[in-house]
Write a protein that binds this ligand. Structure first.
Ligand code: AMP
Length: 406
């Protein structure tokens, strides 16, 4: 089965082409189009030929998503990877917000597309671009099944006590204000991988998964279901992130609006783009922050401290919520690659919850299981692969559709 995975942003398209068949799954090409409708568009495709990685870059000016997808199609054709989109078995689209309407991967038809449009206001920066990607792909390949996979759907299992905010009930009833959670595709993927690593059935596993990248979130997973997660109505709540504040006293918003004499959208911009690690130390790339901290920069050290301390507090809360924890799982650019963050986050967990990090295994970089033998809780480093998860979920829907037609 040939499946193209698309992640359409407001001015970008990321793509990855997969072949899935039997036990075998491989990514045969990936790439992106950037700066659509800007002065200098940029495109890249990466693929393998005779086990050698080949990377090609282009600077064709692209005005619309439709042109962008046509360029993706041209690039795949010129590299002899795919002659035409109509030859695909399916196209899997990443969609950020599924609201309460979409609790699983969904085949796109006119009805589901209308439903999807009806909840665009929940993620105004992301969903409209995701929908444009779907519409353009349907246009270019009308007979190819299109599947939407949502960042929120894995967290639709949250119980009401975890997803309701203590706000006027009408805000939920009339405006759908509740916790949705994000990074669901990643939390689900690493949770399944963790079950395999631990030799347990997925429906029996209890995990705390920590997706730590530029955006960061945690999930408490009980018997294979998400029962709590740190992001909320939007991806702003929870952990400290690259430039997002995470949990704060909401009264800071009106307080600072008055002090600065600015409106809510300006404050929103501060909270999303000028806060987090960037707000504390002027830098959002964790590699740079670590370098600066090692050189004695106090702001960078503080940013690192706050980042890890906040995650540790969530580990405590989720341990209590879960009762039994089989493993704490680190993933995402930071979770997978920073022994320092893993070490600082796990500091002191031996006393509180009996999780003991094996520093040698943690620093080595080649181990997946990094807890000491006598640790009560396993600690894992699991590489996430959201695109692969989207391809797998798409293939399952396609198989169902094909069966119905037989
Ligand atoms: P992501 O959003 O998952 O791509 O992750 C991006 C974040 O991962 C950035 O803050 C990077 O600085 C961080 N990162 C990537 N590699 C490393 C590394 N080797 N050590 C520390 N942080 C890293």
């Amino acid at each position: 089965m040939k499946i193209l995975v698309l992640n359409s942003g407001s001015s970008s398209i990321k793509f990855q082409l997969f072949i899935l068949g039997g036990e075998q799954t491989s990514s045969i090409a990936s790439g992106f189009i950037e700066k659509i409708a800007e002065n200098s568009s940029f495109q890249m495709i990466k693929y393998y030929l005779d086990e050698k990685e080949i990377k090609k870059e282009y600077k064709k000016k692209i005005e619309t998503h439709k042109e962008g997808l046509l360029v993706v199609s041209e690039m795949l054709k010129s590299c002899s990877l795919l002659d035409d989109f109509t030859l695909l078995d399916g196209i899997g689209h990443r969609v950020v917000h599924g609201g309460e309407l979409f609790s699983a991967a969904t085949l796109i038809d006119d009805n589901s597309l209308e439903s999807l449009k009806s909840i665009s206001h929940l993620a105004p920066l992301h969903n409209p671009a995701n929908i444009t990607g779907i519409e353009v792909a349907r246009d270019l390949a009308p007979n190819v099944p299109q599947i939407a996979i949502f960042d929120t759907s894995f967290h639709q299992s949250l119980p009401k006590r975890a997803y309701m905010y203590a706000l006027p009930k009408e805000w939920y009833e009339n405006h759908h204000v509740r916790r949705y959670g994000f990074h669901g595709t990643s939390h689900f993927f690493v949770a399944k991988e963790s079950a395999k690593i631990l030799g347990k059935e997925f429906y029996e596993i209890n995990l705390i998964t920590l997706h730590l990248g530029n955006g960061a979130s945690g999930a408490a997973i009980k018997n294979g279901e998400s029962i709590d997660t740190s992001m909320g109505l939007t991806p702003l709540e929870g952990f400290v992130m690259g430039s997002r504040c995470g949990d704060i006293d909401p009264a800071i918003l009106p307080f600072m609006a008055k002090k600065l004499g600015c409106d809510v959208s300006e404050i929103e911009n501060y909270l999303n783009k000028k806060s987090g690690l960037l707000g504390i130390c002027g830098e959002n790339d964790l590699r740079e922050i670590i370098k600066r901290a090692e050189d004695g920069d106090k702001d960078a050290s503080l940013a690192l401290d706050i980042f890890c301390y906040r995650i540790k507090k969530y580990i405590g809360a989720y341990t209590v919520a879960l009762g039994r924890v089989d493993a704490i799982v680190f993933t995402g650019g930071i979770g997978e690659n920073s022994p320092l963050v893993r070490s600082k986050t796990c500091e002191g967990l031996e006393e509180s919850i009996g999780a003991i990090l094996d520093e040698e295994r943690n620093r080595d970089g080649n181990f997946v299981e990094i807890a000491k033998k006598d640790s009560k809780i396993e600690i894992l480093v699991v590489k996430t692969n959201e695109e692969l998860e989207i391809a797998i979920q798409s293939s399952e829907i396609i198989k169902k559709v094909n069966k119905e037609f037989l």
